[in-house]
Design a protein around this ligand. Sequence first.
Ligand code: DGL
Length: 265
Amino acid sequence: MNAPIGVMDSGVGGLTVAKEIMKLMPAEQVVYIGDNARCPYGPRPFAEVRKFTWQLAEKLVRQGVKLLIIACNTATAAALKSLQKHLGIPVIGVISPGARAAVKASVKKKIVVLGTAGTVASGAYESAISSLSSSSAVIPLACPKFVPLVESREHTGEFARSLVQETLLPLRKQSFDTAILGCTHYPLLQPFIEEVFGQTVTVVSSAEETARDAKRLLEYENLLANRNGQPKHIFYTTGSVPIFRETVKDWLGIEEPEIRKTRFI
Ligand code: DGL
């Protein structure tokens, strides 16, 4: 079935998930929405995040998507259950896949979760991890400065490196062997995060595991695309079209991406 897969995030972070989907299922068309104008979602009350997430989801449903991926941990924590119950198409989030990848990787059963204030406060990773492994301990850490850094495309320089070092300081006395990037923006900071944690810690992101879940679901529902040739992906942003275009070009390697402006207010 050649209907697109809908992918949404508060901003550019969900592109890390879209990238894995495009890699794993090259015949699938992706329609993406980044709500850059209202990013970050992390510090917002959950009721507001839920409202925004529903607006994005309904926009994607109007585009005829066959599957919705909430490629944002904060939005997953706030709205996954209500979307799964009421949206009328399959919906998957990023928290269960990330938790599963971390439980698989951890030998010591001590798992750090880096996330937004909202995701950390929700306890969603603790629930997901304890349902998979009751003996695993979770050490959560909110990293509120990371998302603005990635959104402003400042995630590669020395400033970013020292901000990551400073943010992760509270973990220096903890003993753990696995860390989840519990925000889809954080894979962009992964080199600096790994530099701090060293080689004894496995850093997992939910992007690959989420893409695998999406593929399994589409296979099971007999909804995989059967086109020949490359699909044309579409990217909506509520923010700046030129900035979003540069990010899509850089991160996804698409030369002339189709970027469209949308708004919800
Ligand atoms: N990418 C979102 C997440 O995974 C970022 C949240 C935000 O906008 O603060 O949580």
